[in-house]
Design a protein around this ligand. Sequence first.
Ligand code: FES
Ligand SMILES: [Fe+2]
Length: 362
Amino acid sequence: MDERSAPLPYPSGWFCVGRTRDLPPGRVRTARLTGEDVVLYRTRRGAVRAVGPHCPHLGAHFGAGGTVRGEELVCPFHGFAFGPDGSCTGSPDGTRFRASLTKRHLRELDGALFVWQGVDGGPPTWELPPEVGVRPLAWWSGEVLSHPQEVMENSVDFRHTSVLHGLDTRETAPPEVDGPLFTIHQRTTTRFPGLGTVTLEQPVTLAGLGMFRMVAELPDLGATLRVWVLPTPIAPWRTRVRFAVTATVPVPGVGATRAVDRAASWLALQASVRIIKQDRPVLAHKRYLAQPRLVPGERSIGLFRRWSRQFYPACAVGPAVPLGPVGPVGPVGPVGPVGPVGSLDQEPNPVEPSPADPNPAD
Ligand code: FES
Ligand SMILES: [Fe+2]
């Protein structure tokens, strides 16, 4: 599918291009965003930057052998160096030239790196919400033949969670819209191995179409579960979805330990991976319907679609979706048993490399 035939254009917003831990000082990496490469590097003092991939001298790709020297990015081809403001600062024989790197706006938040994708290359028009203060302990990444809006729409599609995922998830209040933020109120009842049946009642925040974040408290256990879903458009109708989890589970008499938190995060991640693996074939083969036939209980899908329109140029989206009939989300069939997390397919490698991805751990 090329960009013109895609049912939705690339959205604007902040999109994850990698993890903090994959970009230590001195490292250069290449990420993919909206059909283009973005080169990321961290200076020796720890500043992280994102730039267009090609050197303004003769076009070499910084991701193919570029290096960090102090606070500068050095091109592998003729050794021209570029400072923090993007300007040329020198070369092996001292020559400089007047040109600047194409700088991309970047934010580092919750252990992840986000690059701004503006409509027509414009600057950021909003900021990501403050970080939660805890970095993810378990990550998964994979590609989906879909669009970030379609991936995010899953969050408000409560009818599919019982049918496709066998989860008992209910909406407890209508979503709240605050500019680029969309807050969903929901309650999920599920089983965790060793913990029995737990009810998670937590708001989920969407920050644009690139970040889903949930912080759920489990008061009976004193535990906290944080889940991030980070869809990044990498090509027309192709999205890299990163899942990240941090579970904090205090052990009676011991308190929080990193080892227990890691194990709990890994188990919770497997539950999330199982869900995206159930969604993946449906998303890959479904057709995007600009005017879906929403039924009672699906008003939040209409609201989500209307909210999403702000991330596209006005000319790129058609008439707004009718909000659909008002009504509760009723039971739509028996909620199947939720299997223990331990029965999931184990991911031999939590991160699935894409053949085209130069950073397999990205
Ligand atoms: S192409 Fe980068 S220094 Fe020549
Ligand atoms: Fe789903």
